[in-house]
Design a protein around this ligand. Structure first.
Ligand code: HEC
Length: 111
């Protein structure tokens, strides 16, 4: 009986080490969702980023992403379910979108 108890307890202790925290999971999701990091175009914290500068018909243009860490959840969620020019379409689940939103909220609190 003692042995059985020991085995059960050690199983849970071992298994527990494999779990990642919500913050770790959120960070992994932001930095590698479907293989293309949000941080590439939205920085570590979801601040605005200049992607490219170019000249079109002798006019200098800037292609920048907007700040995404200050949006309402509704706007954030809607944006991720729509086609956005210049952004890959991820087909994220609602819980993934919630976690990404949570991640950006946490990050912007730390600045
Ligand atoms: C290849 C670059 C790129 C990547 C990667 C990318 N985005 Fe974007 N994102 C953009 C661009 C460009 C826009 C703005 C397009 C525009 O101005 O119409 C945008 C807009 C947004 C918006 C809407 C902002 C607003 O004010 O309406 C949200 C939200 C957003 N991105 C979240 C994300 C998240 C979350 C990820 C990762 C899952 C991600 N993006 C990955 C380029 C990217």
């Amino acid at each position: 009986m003692k042995l059985l108890l020991f085995l059960i307890v050690s199983f849970f202790v071992e298994a527990n080490e494999d779990f990642i925290t919500k913050d770790e999971y959120a960070s992994q999701l932001y930095n590698n969702p479907r293989g293309i990091s949000c941080a590439l175009c939205h920085n570590e914290n979801g601040t605005a980023k200049l992607i490219a500068k170019y000249t079109h018909e002798e006019e200098s243009r800037r292609f920048e992403t907007p700040q995404i860490n200050n949006l309402s959840y509704e706007k954030f969620h809607k944006a991720l379910n729509n086609r956005i020019r210049g952004m890959p379409r991820y087909f994220l689940t609602d819980s993934e979108i919630k976690l990404l939103y949570y991640y950006l909220q946490q990050r912007s609190k730390k600045i």
